[in-house]
Ligand binder design. Structure first.
Ligand SMILES: Nc1ncnc2c1ncn2[C@@H]1O[C@H](COP(=O)(O)OP(=O)(O)OP(=O)(O)O)[C@@H](O)[C@H]1O
Ligand SMILES: [Mg+2]
Length: 228
């Protein structure tokens, strides 16, 4: 049965689509069957996948792509669950109703946050949604500048923080322009390493969950952020 990862954040431009595409490809590169679902009417993930199809050939992108409106995500996820290992849902900004549906269908919510006060404040709403639905969360600091005091201050305010942070790196954007991702274009780059580390953390959440199903223990723990 597939694990569903919804990338959500009410703040526009936080990095949802960038993170969704990168996680999806990295999981596919590890031999997983991965479906991606774009419920954002902007269709950014769809544009990216179209370029990818042109580049690699239809049916050879390593991903199954679906674009649909948010209210249909539940039934689509149920259908796809049996066919894949992971389903990655990219959600739109500003729409609580759509985000709520996508969050409800998820086994894990990944919330990209840029280290700015407005991103931090916007994140509270998404965190609240996830908490109400009792779904595990990974908050991922994105576009992090090295050794920034502001980043540390923001990190201190955030629960469920991923140990991995993503730097402000041109490669993340440049790779998407080609319909690919950093782990494909420059596998030895810092950007690629960050994504591989993030994916390891995500996999660990699911492994720990399976272990907990066998022997329940308490695991909720706030992580601290250490600047690079
Ligand atoms: N780590 C990063 N380093 C450099 N650029 C980044 C990074 N993450 C995102 N970006 C850039 O920031 C912009 C917004 O990213 P993206 O489109 O992924 O955000 P989004 O949350 O999906 O936006 P929207 O809310 O409009 O859907 C894009 O131009 C993207 O290339
Ligand atoms: Mg987007």
């Amino acid at each position: 049965m597939a694990k569903v990862i919804t990338v959500a954040q009410q703040k526009g431009g936080a990095g949802k689509t960038t993170v969704a595409a990168h996680i999806a490809v990295a999981l596919s590169q590890k031999g997983n069957r991965v479906a991606i679902i774009d419920i954002d009417p902007q269709g950014s993930l769809g544009y990216w996948h179209k370029i990818r199809e042109k580049k690699l050939g239809e049916g050879y992108t390593g991903l199954t792509f679906n674009s649909l409106s948010g209210w249909r995500v539940g039934s689509e996820v149920s259908r796809l669950r049996k066919q894949c290992d992971y389903i990655i849902v990219d959600s739109p900004p500003h729409t609580e109703t759509e985000a709520r549906t996508a969050i409800r269908s998820a086994d894990l919510i990944v919330i990209p946050v840029q280290p700015s006060p407005t991103d931090l404040w916007a994140t509270k709403a998404t965190l609240e949604l996830a908490k109400n639905e009792k779904i595990p969360v990974k908050v991922v600091l994105n576009r992090v500048a090295p050794n920034s005091r502001l980043t540390q201050t923001i990190a201190d305010e955030l629960p469920e923080l991923a140990e991995t942070t993503l730097g402000n790196r041109v490669l993340f954007a440049a790779a998407l322009m080609e319909g690919r991702t950093a782990t494909e274009v420059e596998p030895a780059s810092a950007a690629a390493k960050e994504i591989k580390d993030l994916v390891k953390e995500i996999e660990k959440v699911f492994i720990e969950e399976e272990d907990e199903e066998d022997a329940p223990t308490s695991k909720a723990r706030k992580k601290s952020f250490a600047p690079a």
